[in-house]
Design a protein around this ligand. Structure first.
Ligand SMILES: [Zn+2]
Ligand SMILES: [Zn+2]
Length: 387
């Protein structure tokens, strides 16, 4: 029997969270709403993991299987331009990635599972802060997430513009790219622009490194693997007649394979060091900690896909969607626990409107129709996994 969720209540809740967006690690109001709701429905609630993170546990029956479902709560530093009645009340902050919707979908399922959902085992609901670039997932894990709340499998769902609302998409294996933030600082010897022979010029060395870095993709990474090295920032000097002391390069590096990620890091470091040395300079390479490749495990992905097929039929399920070059910190959780990260369509050209607009755009909005489908899916998955 399908779960019946009081959708209207959670549409209102989603819009309330949307009106009050909070940036990474500042999700105080949101996590308060999440925690209080879950306490009211009878969950054992633990707060403070990763700062504003919330874990809610519910045990039913005598089964020893343990399931984890995760939603993210943070908003983005974007000024909303949807003009909607429930638009952000905070200038420059906006739920432009639909995390308000992810939170509402999981809460709707939580209520249903507490009140009438029969299952047999332990359900751990994970509401994490700071998905957008600050690795809230990792912070919760550093605070003992899976030690205190062990899970046999974990699942998460993200909305996806470009697909019809309510359509579910799955992919086994590498699904979202790793993202590495690397800074290369070149320490040279400043001097007069007219006397380069008694200086060590970091601009010339930096220009050479920018070009050489592209050979890592074309000459070191296997042709059938994907990799991106973008030098998004190259800063050096102030005046035309002064050779600066230092130059700084900021890199964004992506891959869809854990081995390739390692290779890229090693080659970038080695190449920067050797090139700098050849110009008589010193390179300092700093890895600022990005996100790993998100890898969906086969067994859990097949399980999650089957739930969708049973619920929606094959015409509303995509079984092996393309990988994305974007990143997602649920990848950290999937390095520790088997599981799957799936997508729910948020609107396409045929439906139009704010839901078809790409995430991270000021015109984007989560499609509230997804709350019914998404929460019913979580309820079904939980009952089946903890059966
Ligand atoms: Zn995002
Ligand atoms: Zn997101």
């Amino acid at each position: 029997m399908d779960a019946h969720v009081d959708v209207a209540e959670f549409v209102q809740l989603r819009r309330d969270i949307h009106r009050h967006p909070e940036l990474a690690f500042e999700e105080h109001r949101t996590s308060e709403i999440v925690a209080q709701s879950l306490i009211r429905w009878g969950y054992q609630v633990t707060r403070g993991l990763g700062g504003t993170g919330v874990v809610a546990q519910l045990k039913k029956g005598s089964g020893n299987k343990k399931l984890g479902l995760r939603a993210d709560m943070d908003a983005l530093p974007i000024h909303e331009q949807t003009g909607l009645p429930h638009a952000s009340l905070h200038a420059g902050v906006m739920h432009a990635c639909g995390h308000d919707g992810h939170t509402a979908m999981l809460l709707a399922a939580a209520k249903q599972l507490a009140e009438s959902g029969s299952f047999n085992g332990t359900l751990n609901l994970i509401f994490q802060p700071a998905e957008e670039g600050f690795g809230g997932a990792k912070k919760m894990m550093e605070d003992g997430l899976f030690v205190r709340f062990p899970c046999d499998a974990i699942f998460a769902m993200h909305n996806m513009p470009g697909f019809k609302p309510g359509q579910l998409l799955f992919r086994e294996g590498a699904t979202m790219a790793s993202s590495e933030n690397i800074t290369i600082t070149l320490h040279g010897k400043g001097g007069h622009g007219a006397m380069p022979h008694i200086a060590a010029d970091p601009v010339v060395a930096g220009a050479s490194i920018v070009m050489a870095l592209q050979t890592v993709v074309s000459r070191n990474v296997a042709p059938l693997q994907m990799a991106v090295i973008t030098v998004g920032s190259f800063k050096a000097g102030q005046a035309n007649n002064v050779i600066p002391q230092t130059a700084t390069l900021e890199l964004s590096v992506r891959s869809l394979d854990r081995g390739v990620r390692l290779l890229l890091n090693q080659r970038i470091e080695a190449l920067a060091q050797a090139q700098a040395q050849s110009y008589g300079l010193r390179a300092e390479v700093t890895f600022k900690g990005g996100y790993p490749v998100l890898v969906n495990t086969p067994q859990e992905t097949a399980f999650a896909t089957q739930i969708a097929l049973d619920m929606l039929g094959p015409q509303r399920v995509v079984t092996q969607t393309d990988p994305l070059t974007g990143s997602e910190d649920f990848a950290f959780m999937l390095e520790a626990v088997p599981g799957s990260y799936l997508f729910i369509g948020n609107g396409d050209a045929s439906t139009g409107g704010h839901g078809a607009c790409m995430v991270h755009n000021p015109g984007y909005d989560f499609d509230d129709n997804n709350i019914a489908v998404g929460s019913a899916y979580w309820v079904r998955l939980t009952r089946r996994y903890l059966s």
